[in-house]
Structure formats: C-alpha cells, structure tokens
Design a protein around this ligand. Structure first.
Ligand code: ZN
Length: 65
C-alpha cells in the first residue's frame, strides 16, 4: 500500500523528502519494528506506529490541520 506524504505542517518540507524511520528492537519471541516519519528540515516527528503505512496516515492526519 502506497500513501503519498503531505508536506511538513511546520516548515512545509515536501512529502517526498521526508524520512521514514524504522526502529528495531529485540523482543523475547520476535523482533519488533516501529515506524515514524521525520522531517529532515525541522526534525518534527510523527507518531510511532507498528506499520509504515500507519505512520504515514498519522502524519497526513496531522498535516491536514
Ligand atoms: Zn518540517
């Protein structure tokens, strides 16, 4: 599923230049991944989510306001 990111709500950085960060940490049974969008310009971060598309959706929801 591909979701286009909206520009940063704070500095207006284009959605194409935003970073999708993945954090990995080891669990007792399996490794977990978490995703969040970060603006490389003002370093504002979106919500941390279990899936990249959810992180993108959360970012776009924020960018709408
Ligand atoms: Zn920004």
């Amino acid at each position: 599923m591909s979701i286009e990111l909206k520009p940063c709500p704070f500095c207006g950085k284009s959605g194409k230049e935003l970073r999708i960060n993945r954090i990995m940490f080891s669990g007792s049974i399996f490794d977990k991944h978490l995703f969040f969008i970060e603006c490389p310009s003002c370093h504002w971060c979106g919500e941390t989510k279990l899936f990249a598309w959810r992180a993108k959706r959360a970012w776009n929801r924020r960018a709408d306001k």
